[in-house]
Design a protein around this ligand. Structure first.
Ligand code: SAM
Length: 284
Protein backbone atom coordinates (compact mmCIF):
# COMPACT_ATOMS: atom_id res chain seq x y z
CA UNK A 1 0.00 0.00 0.00
CA UNK A 2 2.97 2.33 0.62
CA UNK A 3 3.40 3.14 -3.04
CA UNK A 4 -0.21 3.63 -4.08
CA UNK A 5 -0.74 6.97 -5.83
CA UNK A 6 -3.69 8.65 -7.47
CA UNK A 7 -2.78 10.98 -10.31
CA UNK A 8 -4.48 13.76 -12.20
CA UNK A 9 -2.88 14.15 -15.57
CA UNK A 10 -3.24 16.02 -18.81
CA UNK A 11 -1.19 16.03 -21.97
CA UNK A 12 1.62 18.06 -20.39
CA UNK A 13 1.65 17.49 -16.63
CA UNK A 14 0.84 15.02 -13.88
CA UNK A 15 -0.11 15.69 -10.25
CA UNK A 16 0.08 12.79 -7.80
CA UNK A 17 -1.18 12.14 -4.28
CA UNK A 18 -0.04 9.28 -2.10
CA UNK A 19 -3.07 7.18 -1.13
CA UNK A 20 -3.52 5.42 2.22
CA UNK A 21 -6.72 3.71 1.15
CA UNK A 22 -9.57 3.84 -1.34
CA UNK A 23 -12.92 4.60 0.33
CA UNK A 24 -15.26 4.55 -2.67
CA UNK A 25 -15.06 3.91 -6.38
CA UNK A 26 -18.02 3.89 -8.76
CA UNK A 27 -19.06 4.62 -12.32
CA UNK A 28 -22.23 6.74 -12.59
CA UNK A 29 -24.15 7.61 -15.76
CA UNK A 30 -22.04 10.76 -15.95
CA UNK A 31 -18.54 10.07 -14.66
CA UNK A 32 -16.18 7.93 -12.61
CA UNK A 33 -16.37 8.89 -8.94
CA UNK A 34 -13.59 8.11 -6.44
CA UNK A 35 -13.07 9.03 -2.81
CA UNK A 36 -9.63 8.23 -1.40
CA UNK A 37 -7.85 8.90 1.85
CA UNK A 38 -4.51 10.49 0.95
CA UNK A 39 -1.40 10.68 3.10
CA UNK A 40 -0.98 14.45 2.78
CA UNK A 41 -4.32 16.13 2.01
CA UNK A 42 -6.88 14.09 3.91
CA UNK A 43 -9.81 12.63 2.03
CA UNK A 44 -10.18 13.65 -1.60
CA UNK A 45 -12.97 13.43 -4.19
CA UNK A 46 -12.04 12.75 -7.83
CA UNK A 47 -14.49 12.91 -10.75
CA UNK A 48 -13.12 11.27 -13.90
CA UNK A 49 -9.65 11.30 -12.27
CA UNK A 50 -9.75 15.08 -11.75
CA UNK A 51 -9.32 16.37 -8.18
CA UNK A 52 -12.52 18.07 -6.98
CA UNK A 53 -12.02 18.51 -3.26
CA UNK A 54 -9.41 17.81 -0.60
CA UNK A 55 -10.14 18.07 3.10
CA UNK A 56 -6.97 20.09 3.60
CA UNK A 57 -7.76 23.02 1.31
CA UNK A 58 -11.46 22.87 0.38
CA UNK A 59 -12.04 25.91 2.60
CA UNK A 60 -10.20 28.15 0.11
CA UNK A 61 -12.45 27.37 -2.84
CA UNK A 62 -15.68 27.34 -0.84
CA UNK A 63 -14.93 30.56 1.04
CA UNK A 64 -14.16 32.36 -2.18
CA UNK A 65 -17.02 31.09 -4.34
CA UNK A 66 -19.55 31.92 -1.61
CA UNK A 67 -18.53 34.84 0.60
CA UNK A 68 -17.29 37.22 -2.11
CA UNK A 69 -20.74 37.45 -3.80
CA UNK A 70 -22.66 37.07 -0.52
CA UNK A 71 -20.90 40.17 0.83
CA UNK A 72 -21.27 41.99 -2.51
CA UNK A 73 -25.04 41.55 -2.81
CA UNK A 74 -26.90 43.95 -0.46
CA UNK A 75 -29.32 41.36 0.94
CA UNK A 76 -28.98 37.81 -0.41
CA UNK A 77 -32.01 35.71 0.52
CA UNK A 78 -32.31 33.04 -2.17
CA UNK A 79 -29.26 31.27 -3.54
CA UNK A 80 -28.89 28.62 -6.26
CA UNK A 81 -25.85 26.33 -6.46
CA UNK A 82 -25.41 24.47 -9.74
CA UNK A 83 -23.15 21.43 -9.35
CA UNK A 84 -21.31 21.51 -6.04
CA UNK A 85 -22.15 17.88 -5.17
CA UNK A 86 -19.62 17.73 -2.32
CA UNK A 87 -21.80 20.26 -0.43
CA UNK A 88 -19.01 22.70 0.50
CA UNK A 89 -20.49 25.73 -1.30
CA UNK A 90 -23.94 25.15 0.17
CA UNK A 91 -22.36 24.81 3.64
CA UNK A 92 -20.75 28.26 3.35
CA UNK A 93 -23.88 29.90 1.85
CA UNK A 94 -26.01 28.72 4.77
CA UNK A 95 -23.69 30.33 7.32
CA UNK A 96 -25.25 33.66 6.26
CA UNK A 97 -28.30 34.53 8.35
CA UNK A 98 -29.90 36.55 5.55
CA UNK A 99 -30.18 33.41 3.38
CA UNK A 100 -33.66 31.92 3.64
CA UNK A 101 -33.22 29.19 1.05
CA UNK A 102 -30.39 27.55 -0.88
CA UNK A 103 -31.30 25.25 -3.77
CA UNK A 104 -28.55 22.93 -4.99
CA UNK A 105 -28.95 21.27 -8.41
CA UNK A 106 -26.38 18.51 -8.88
CA UNK A 107 -26.59 16.16 -11.85
CA UNK A 108 -24.90 13.18 -10.20
CA UNK A 109 -26.45 11.54 -7.13
CA UNK A 110 -23.40 9.29 -6.79
CA UNK A 111 -21.20 12.32 -5.98
CA UNK A 112 -23.61 13.51 -3.29
CA UNK A 113 -24.01 10.05 -1.74
CA UNK A 114 -20.26 9.36 -1.74
CA UNK A 115 -19.55 12.70 -0.05
CA UNK A 116 -22.35 12.28 2.50
CA UNK A 117 -20.82 8.97 3.51
CA UNK A 118 -17.10 9.70 3.28
CA UNK A 119 -16.54 13.49 3.34
CA UNK A 120 -18.96 14.87 5.96
CA UNK A 121 -16.65 17.88 6.32
CA UNK A 122 -18.14 19.30 3.11
CA UNK A 123 -21.51 17.47 3.06
CA UNK A 124 -22.49 18.51 6.60
CA UNK A 125 -25.14 21.11 5.66
CA UNK A 126 -27.02 19.11 2.98
CA UNK A 127 -29.80 18.31 5.45
CA UNK A 128 -30.18 21.87 6.74
CA UNK A 129 -33.83 23.01 6.77
CA UNK A 130 -33.01 25.87 4.39
CA UNK A 131 -31.35 23.51 1.87
CA UNK A 132 -33.18 21.95 -1.06
CA UNK A 133 -31.27 19.30 -3.00
CA UNK A 134 -32.41 18.57 -6.56
CA UNK A 135 -30.73 15.78 -8.54
CA UNK A 136 -31.01 17.07 -12.10
CA UNK A 137 -29.15 18.75 -14.91
CA UNK A 138 -28.43 22.39 -14.01
CA UNK A 139 -28.97 23.42 -17.66
CA UNK A 140 -32.46 21.96 -17.67
CA UNK A 141 -33.28 23.41 -14.24
CA UNK A 142 -32.22 26.92 -15.28
CA UNK A 143 -34.30 26.69 -18.46
CA UNK A 144 -37.46 25.42 -16.76
CA UNK A 145 -37.65 26.86 -13.24
CA UNK A 146 -40.01 29.70 -12.35
CA UNK A 147 -38.07 30.44 -9.13
CA UNK A 148 -35.95 33.59 -8.86
CA UNK A 149 -32.63 33.96 -7.04
CA UNK A 150 -30.41 36.72 -5.68
CA UNK A 151 -27.26 34.76 -6.22
CA UNK A 152 -26.21 31.81 -8.39
CA UNK A 153 -22.99 29.85 -7.86
CA UNK A 154 -21.89 27.67 -10.78
CA UNK A 155 -19.74 25.18 -8.87
CA UNK A 156 -19.02 22.94 -11.81
CA UNK A 157 -16.42 20.56 -13.11
CA UNK A 158 -14.23 21.50 -16.07
CA UNK A 159 -16.00 22.00 -19.43
CA UNK A 160 -16.04 18.34 -20.34
CA UNK A 161 -18.87 15.77 -20.19
CA UNK A 162 -22.10 17.01 -18.53
CA UNK A 163 -20.49 20.35 -17.62
CA UNK A 164 -19.75 21.34 -21.26
CA UNK A 165 -23.04 23.29 -21.79
CA UNK A 166 -22.40 25.17 -18.53
CA UNK A 167 -19.83 27.15 -20.54
CA UNK A 168 -22.41 28.34 -23.07
CA UNK A 169 -24.25 31.63 -23.77
CA UNK A 170 -27.75 30.08 -23.70
CA UNK A 171 -27.15 28.84 -20.17
CA UNK A 172 -26.14 32.33 -19.02
CA UNK A 173 -29.22 33.84 -20.69
CA UNK A 174 -31.31 31.46 -18.58
CA UNK A 175 -29.37 32.42 -15.43
CA UNK A 176 -29.96 36.11 -16.23
CA UNK A 177 -33.71 35.41 -16.48
CA UNK A 178 -33.91 33.64 -13.10
CA UNK A 179 -31.89 36.28 -11.24
CA UNK A 180 -33.58 39.13 -9.38
CA UNK A 181 -32.74 42.74 -10.27
CA UNK A 182 -29.60 42.98 -8.11
CA UNK A 183 -28.60 39.42 -8.97
CA UNK A 184 -25.07 38.08 -9.23
CA UNK A 185 -23.66 34.89 -10.74
CA UNK A 186 -20.23 33.52 -9.84
CA UNK A 187 -18.67 30.66 -11.81
CA UNK A 188 -15.70 28.38 -11.44
CA UNK A 189 -13.37 29.92 -14.02
CA UNK A 190 -10.36 27.65 -14.42
CA UNK A 191 -6.80 29.02 -14.25
CA UNK A 192 -4.84 31.56 -16.27
CA UNK A 193 -1.81 29.32 -16.92
CA UNK A 194 -3.40 26.36 -18.66
CA UNK A 195 -6.89 27.64 -19.53
CA UNK A 196 -6.57 31.28 -20.51
CA UNK A 197 -8.62 30.85 -23.69
CA UNK A 198 -11.39 29.10 -21.72
CA UNK A 199 -11.37 31.96 -19.20
CA UNK A 200 -11.68 34.53 -21.99
CA UNK A 201 -14.50 32.57 -23.60
CA UNK A 202 -16.47 32.50 -20.34
CA UNK A 203 -15.85 36.22 -19.76
CA UNK A 204 -17.04 37.00 -23.32
CA UNK A 205 -20.20 34.96 -22.80
CA UNK A 206 -20.95 36.82 -19.56
CA UNK A 207 -20.34 40.15 -21.30
CA UNK A 208 -22.96 39.27 -23.90
CA UNK A 209 -25.58 38.84 -21.19
CA UNK A 210 -24.64 40.97 -18.13
CA UNK A 211 -23.71 44.66 -17.77
CA UNK A 212 -20.86 44.09 -15.27
CA UNK A 213 -18.23 41.34 -15.41
CA UNK A 214 -15.26 40.75 -13.10
CA UNK A 215 -12.69 38.06 -12.42
CA UNK A 216 -11.03 37.32 -9.09
CA UNK A 217 -8.25 34.99 -8.01
CA UNK A 218 -7.37 32.71 -5.15
CA UNK A 219 -4.40 30.47 -4.39
CA UNK A 220 -5.04 26.85 -3.52
CA UNK A 221 -3.21 23.63 -3.02
CA UNK A 222 -5.12 21.08 -5.04
CA UNK A 223 -5.87 22.38 -8.50
CA UNK A 224 -3.16 22.28 -11.18
CA UNK A 225 -1.15 25.49 -11.18
CA UNK A 226 -2.26 26.41 -7.68
CA UNK A 227 -3.65 29.73 -8.90
CA UNK A 228 -7.33 29.78 -9.89
CA UNK A 229 -10.09 32.19 -10.71
CA UNK A 230 -13.80 32.78 -10.30
CA UNK A 231 -15.69 35.01 -12.70
CA UNK A 232 -18.50 37.23 -11.48
CA UNK A 233 -21.33 38.70 -13.57
CA UNK A 234 -23.65 41.19 -11.94
CA UNK A 235 -26.92 42.90 -12.85
CA UNK A 236 -26.07 45.74 -10.47
CA UNK A 237 -23.77 45.47 -7.43
CA UNK A 238 -20.08 46.18 -7.99
CA UNK A 239 -17.91 43.90 -5.81
CA UNK A 240 -15.30 46.61 -5.21
CA UNK A 241 -17.17 49.92 -5.19
CA UNK A 242 -20.26 48.65 -3.36
CA UNK A 243 -18.39 46.45 -0.88
CA UNK A 244 -18.87 47.37 2.79
CA UNK A 245 -16.03 45.86 4.84
CA UNK A 246 -17.91 46.63 8.07
CA UNK A 247 -20.61 44.13 7.04
CA UNK A 248 -18.06 41.33 7.16
CA UNK A 249 -17.02 42.32 10.69
CA UNK A 250 -20.63 42.77 11.83
CA UNK A 251 -21.59 39.32 10.53
CA UNK A 252 -19.61 37.72 13.35
CA UNK A 253 -18.58 34.96 10.93
CA UNK A 254 -15.09 33.52 11.14
CA UNK A 255 -13.29 32.30 8.03
CA UNK A 256 -10.20 30.27 7.31
CA UNK A 257 -9.37 32.07 4.04
CA UNK A 258 -11.80 34.93 3.27
CA UNK A 259 -11.70 38.28 5.08
CA UNK A 260 -12.58 41.90 4.29
CA UNK A 261 -9.04 42.71 3.08
CA UNK A 262 -8.84 39.68 0.82
CA UNK A 263 -12.25 40.51 -0.69
CA UNK A 264 -10.91 43.60 -2.46
CA UNK A 265 -7.40 42.20 -2.98
CA UNK A 266 -8.76 39.21 -4.92
CA UNK A 267 -9.86 41.58 -7.73
CA UNK A 268 -6.34 43.09 -8.12
CA UNK A 269 -4.96 41.27 -11.14
CA UNK A 270 -1.35 40.45 -12.05
CA UNK A 271 -0.24 42.37 -15.15
CA UNK A 272 -0.35 39.39 -17.51
CA UNK A 273 -4.00 38.79 -16.58
CA UNK A 274 -4.92 42.49 -16.94
CA UNK A 275 -3.49 42.47 -20.43
CA UNK A 276 -5.20 39.20 -21.38
CA UNK A 277 -8.67 40.27 -20.28
CA UNK A 278 -8.62 43.79 -21.78
CA UNK A 279 -12.22 44.97 -22.41
CA UNK A 280 -13.60 41.77 -20.85
CA UNK A 281 -13.62 42.75 -17.16
CA UNK A 282 -14.28 45.82 -15.06
CA UNK A 283 -11.62 45.06 -12.45
CA UNK A 284 -9.63 48.13 -11.31
N1 SAM B 1 -14.75 22.44 -6.76
C1 SAM B 1 -14.75 21.62 -7.87
C2 SAM B 1 -13.77 21.89 -8.94
O1 SAM B 1 -13.61 23.02 -9.41
O2 SAM B 1 -13.09 20.94 -9.32
C3 SAM B 1 -16.13 21.37 -8.39
C4 SAM B 1 -16.78 20.46 -7.42
S1 SAM B 1 -18.34 19.85 -7.67
C5 SAM B 1 -18.01 18.21 -7.15
C6 SAM B 1 -18.68 19.81 -9.39
C7 SAM B 1 -19.95 19.07 -9.70
O3 SAM B 1 -20.58 19.61 -10.85
C8 SAM B 1 -19.76 17.59 -9.98
O4 SAM B 1 -20.21 16.81 -8.90
C9 SAM B 1 -20.60 17.34 -11.25
O5 SAM B 1 -21.38 16.17 -11.20
C10 SAM B 1 -21.46 18.60 -11.28
N2 SAM B 1 -21.99 18.91 -12.61
C11 SAM B 1 -21.36 18.82 -13.81
N3 SAM B 1 -22.20 19.16 -14.81
C12 SAM B 1 -23.40 19.47 -14.24
C13 SAM B 1 -24.67 19.87 -14.75
N4 SAM B 1 -24.87 20.02 -16.07
N5 SAM B 1 -25.68 20.10 -13.87
C14 SAM B 1 -25.48 19.95 -12.53
N6 SAM B 1 -24.31 19.54 -12.00
C15 SAM B 1 -23.27 19.31 -12.83
Amino acid sequence: MKNLWITEESKDFRYGYRVNKSLFSGQSDFQKVDVVETAGLGKMLFNDNLAMVSEKDEFVYHDMIAHVPLFTHPNPKKVLVIGGGDGGSLREVLRHKSVEKCVMVEIDKMVVDACREHIPQTAIALDDQRAELIIDDGIKYAKETSEKFDLILVDSTDPIGPATPLFNVDFYKDLHRILNDDGIVVSQCENPYFELEMQKKLLSIKNEVFPKVFIYNYANLTYPGGFWSFSMASKGPNPIEDFDAQRVLDSGLEFQYYNQHLHSAAFALPSFQRKSYENLVQNP
